[in-house]
Design a protein around this ligand. Sequence first.
Ligand SMILES: Nc1ncnc2c1ncn2[C@@H]1O[C@H](COP(=O)(O)OP(=O)(O)O)[C@@H](O)[C@H]1O
Ligand SMILES: [Mg+2]
Length: 361
Amino acid sequence: MYSKSSNNLPGDLLNAVLSSQATSLVLFDHQLNIQYMNGAAEMLLSVSARMVLGKPMDQLLRCPQDVMAQHLATVIETNQPLSEREVVLLLPDGHSITVDCTLVPVEMEQQPGMVLAEIRRVDRQLRLTREERLISQNLATRDLIRGLAHEIKNPLGGVRGAAQLLAMELEGSNLEEYTRIIIEEVDRLKSLVDQMLGSRQLPVMRKINIHHILERVCTIITADPEHGAVLERDYDPSIPDLQGDADQLIQAVLNIVQNAVQATAAEGHIMLQTRILRQFTLAGTRHRLVVQIKIIDDGSGIPEELQERVFYPMVTGKPEGTGLGLSLAQSLINRHGGLIEFTSKPGKTVFTIYLPLEQSL
Ligand SMILES: Nc1ncnc2c1ncn2[C@@H]1O[C@H](COP(=O)(O)OP(=O)(O)O)[C@@H](O)[C@H]1O
Ligand SMILES: [Mg+2]
């Protein structure tokens, strides 16, 4: 908390100090009128202090749902500081910016209930940095998993071979049962490790039609007699071909659709939707055209506690799940310069795949 008694700087000097601050500072009185703002705040909010001093706060800090006004009122009421991240401010010139904001009660004898707002602009493209973080985390964990998978896989062949030899020695004995278990478990482990390694082949980029990929996935799904879900399509047939590895894209989409099938009951509906987006930015790169594929299901939704982590390997909500499907799908799509996102609540889960059609401008 700022307290006047802690220093006795002369007014001019204090003013000079505050003006030189890189952090934007705005002081409000208890009626939320603006009492002071420093140079950084004038720059950030594109106003001159002279124009707004004495004016109500909503002439300066407008934001959706008036969150700022509510927070300021809370600070005055509780006399406790409050920090809020990623607040959107609507500037007088019509632009909006995203800021982190700390509101601190200021003790002054003559004027109780003052609040100092410290405002820091956060990355202009917060969303992009999040995407980049997601991609680099995914790459790092996949490297780790691949390394681990190799180490596990190497001795498996030897174990299996030895168990087979042992089985021959033990033929007819009741100990043969144990060698069978060893071989079965080794095979199970090997197929798990193969999934962890993912496709070992380098992507073979060819011109492909996204709808062929999606239809292939539908064929694979409906070939399973137990699938039970109703697959619906809403395609934009005008989407041009893209450069990609068909097998890898089928695998990525299949992993997402399979999850949707598993999350919907027998009567579930799964919608595959395609659209074209123009001038769309993916992980910092602007693309003229991006294909958007949505896989929408009306199933159980992703459990709240998993939502932050579903793209991490080994994260699963299923008793028999491997937790590898989404992590693999994300890295396959990343390799194509794309990205997977989702939103989920019970009854509606939407996975969105973005794939650039053309490289950046
Ligand atoms: N469409 C969906 N609806 C509900 N939950 C989902 C959906 N997609 C993924 N999930 C959740 O995310 C988890 C991780 O998925 P995934 O990586 O494919 O691994 P696995 O399917 O082996 O569990 C799933 O176990 C499930 O809990
Ligand atoms: Mg899965």
